[in-house]
Design a protein around this ligand. Structure first.
Ligand code: ADP
Ligand code: MG
Length: 337
């Protein structure tokens, strides 16, 4: 079989540990040292990474269950810009709010803030976290509640886009205030890069979602970021592979989701297909997952959201022989079997 892709559920500890790396395909043949990213990381004498590598995103995590009552703070990061962090933040946040949880999205991409645009809330930014920190307003005044789903709130950090106003400590303080407001999920939309903006954005987080596309540049950056997260004591890291094109994978012109996942050695949370509706929804300020008739990317984001909250558990195998490619592709992203 050319490849077997899965959304992560089928990768059990034994199957992942036992299976050798698949044959190098397409552009991956040129990646050289990149191909051994996860191997290098696994070889480091560090604690929890090894167990994370072999645990699929869907396996129940005892620690996660224990903290379910409280608040989970998850930074959405990537290293490389333009791979879909903000799209992921908006869609996961909206989906999880629709599942009935209290969600706060924190726009920590101060220089290029656009989470407000994706959510269609840009005209409602009055106060920001800066005014909260300076004592000019209360957190409640800076939070923008989504009118479509009141359980979703957005915290813009700064209007004038001055990054130097934010520090690690002020970010942690903001997250602590939000935790006291009984949010169940706080997603922090991280800027690109690994400099001070990244360090500030991860300060208040104890979990991370790394977003990548199936391209070597994005994967290398994602690997760097995964290492930095671990160095900053964030061990609960999951992967979203975005802009996946089944037609290109089929022709060996694109790495499969499984290849990307194995290179990075991070449990898979979801694979999101390339979808022109993403652009339409960005321009409309309406996350994909709000559409009445969901496109594949919308369904894939909903599935990823259900996995974040631990509500989805299924296996998909692209190798099933009898079905047509379209059907299999659809099932791959929708999770139906
Ligand atoms: P980041 O926050 O990582 O910089 P964005 O979420 O802003 O990335 O996305 C960058 C661009 O890629 C946007 O123009 C967005 O519409 C587009 N995009 C993101 N995900 C997809 C997808 N699955 N299909 C098509 N376009 C996408
Ligand atoms: Mg962004």
């Amino acid at each position: 079989a050319p490849f077997a892709a899965s959304e992560g559920g089928m990768m059990t500890a034994t199957s992942l540990a036992a299976r050798p790396c698949p044959a190098i395909i397409g552009r991956r043949a040129h990646t050289g040292s990149n191909a051994s990213c996860s191997a290098k990381r696994a070889a480091r004498p560090r604690c929890r990474r090894a167990s994370l590598r072999v645990r699929a995103a869907d396996d129940p995590d005892p620690e996660q269950v224990a903290t379910d009552e409280g608040c989970r703070t998850i930074v959405i990061t990537s290293g490389k810009g333009g791979v879909g962090k903000t799209t992921t933040s908006a869609n996961l946040g909206m989906s999880i709010a629709r599942l009935g949880y209290k969600v706060c999205l924190v726009d920590a991409d101060i220089g290029l803030r656009n989470l407000d645009l994706l959510l269609g809330l840009e005209n409602r930014v009055m106060y920001t976290a800066m005014e909260v920190l300076e004592g000019e307003c209360r957190m409640e005044q800076a939070l923008i509640r989504d009118k479509r789903w009141r359980s979703l709130a957005l915290l813009p950090i700064s209007k004038n886009r001055q990054k130097y106003n934010v520090t690690k400590d002020s970010m942690s303080l903001l997250i602590d205030i939000l935790k006291d407001m009984n949010f169940q999920y706080i997603f922090i939309d991280c800027p690109a890069g690994i400099d001070v903006g990244f360090i500030n954005a991860i300060a208040g987080a104890n979990e991370a979602i790394v977003v990548t596309t199936p391209e070597i540049t994005a994967i290398r950056d994602a690997d760097r970021v995964a290492g930095l997260l671990e160095a900053n004591d964030i061990y609960d890291v999951k992967l979203i592979v975005n802009r996946v094109r089944a037609d290109m994978i089929k022709k060996n012109d694109m790495m499969s989701v499984k290849d990307v996942q194995e290179m990075l050695g991070v449990p898979l949370l979801g694979a999101i297909p390339e979808d022109t509706e993403v652009i339409v929804s960005t321009n409309r300020g309406e996350p994909l997952v709000l559409k009445k008739k969901l496109t594949l990317a919308g369904i894939a984001y909903e599935n990823a959201a259900r996995r974040v909250v631990g509500k989805q558990d299924f296996l998909i195998d692209l190798e099933q022989p009898k079905k047509g490619l379209l059907q299999r592709t659809k099932e791959f992203f929708t999770g139906s079997d």
